[in-house]
Design a protein around this ligand. Structure first.
Ligand SMILES: [Fe+2]
Length: 299
């Protein structure tokens, strides 16, 4: 095994033991510092307070009308092989016709603006929608949870990104327990989760399907869910038939930036990964300082 792989393995192992998260220890430290020195927790919003406490929250808006407007312009396609992790026959991409993309995005932004403004205050940063991708998860025989083949992030994990990366999900259909809803462990229940499941890694833990530490994101078509994927353990459920979901990746950055429509809709994730998944500790340190300065000068 190469040295950097050993270091990375040890780093993740140590953060699982000490911080109950499966990500590089440098990211855990960045996230903790960010949480205590940069996040504004006493924000005047019940929903953002819940997001801060639990790591997720269902928002009080709904996009059913907007979804009905574009349904005839959606097509289900094979996953583009440029995004390595999701190439399999169990997940398809739902593409929106090009000439509807801008109008749809604008409607989303319009309705999300009050939330985005609150998130700006909470993160003390600028907030941008960096990616939009709709997917269809299909039913496959998954048998014992945590064992057998992983199909589409359906084993418990937390995303190895900085706290400045988070997601918004929109249900493209009514989602019941039978439709493989997203399963999430409350942010403050990591320790209990690891103990209950004897969690070693995303392929080695005991199944957990009913528990007061687990939330399942069921809901109506158009429901909107804000979720910190780096801070909470989560997995996709396995639908009896299929589940259609629109996922948006958002970033908190310490500067204003312009993200083009094609950056948001295309399958190239590299530019966003550079921002939210820094490779070196020097880069990580600089990023923290930038965020800290931005908070001091702009908020
Ligand atoms: Fe994930």
């Amino acid at each position: 095994m190469k040295l950097h792989k050993i270091i990375s393995y040890l780093s993740i192992k140590l953060s699982l033991i000490f911080f109950k998260l499966r990500m590089p220890i440098s990211y855990v430290i960045f996230n903790k510092l960010y949480s205590s020195l940069i996040l504004k927790k006493n924000i005047n919003s019940k929903l953002i307070k819940l997001y801060d406490k639990n790591g997720f929250v269902k928002l009080d808006i709904n996009f059913k009308t907007e979804i009905l407007d574009i349904e005839k312009d959606l097509s289900v396609q094979e996953v583009n092989p440029t995004r390595k992790i999701e190439v399999n026959s169990t997940r398809k991409i739902i593409k929106l016709n090009k000439n509807k993309q801008e109008e749809f995005l604008q409607k989303i932004i319009n309705k999300l603006t009050p939330t985005i403004n609150q998130l700006k205050q909470y993160y003390n940063s600028e907030i941008y929608i960096a990616k939009i991708m709709a997917t269809r998860n299909l039913n496959r025989d998954a048998k014992a949870d945590g064992k057998y083949k992983e199909l589409y992030s359906n084993h418990y994990h937390n995303d190895g990104y900085l706290i400045t990366y988070f997601k918004i999900f929109i249900n493209l259909m009514d989602i019941t327990e039978n439709d493989g809803p997203l399963h999430i462990i409350y942010k403050n229940e990591k320790k209990k989760f690891i103990k209950l499941t004897n969690y070693k890694n995303r392929h080695n833990y005991l199944a957990l399907d009913k528990s007061d530490i687990l939330y399942k994101n069921t809901g109506k078509k158009g429901d909107v869910f804000l979720f910190s994927t780096p801070l909470c353990f989560h997995k996709a459920g396995i639908p009896k038939n299929y589940r259609d979901n629109l996922g948006m990746e958002l970033i908190a950055v310490p500067h204003k930036m312009k993200i083009s429509l094609s950056d948001i809709y295309n399958d190239d994730f590299e530019w966003m990964i550079k921002i939210t998944k820094p490779y070196s500790n020097v880069e990580l340190f600089k990023k923290f300082i930038d965020h800290y300065r931005y908070k001091k000068t702009n908020f």
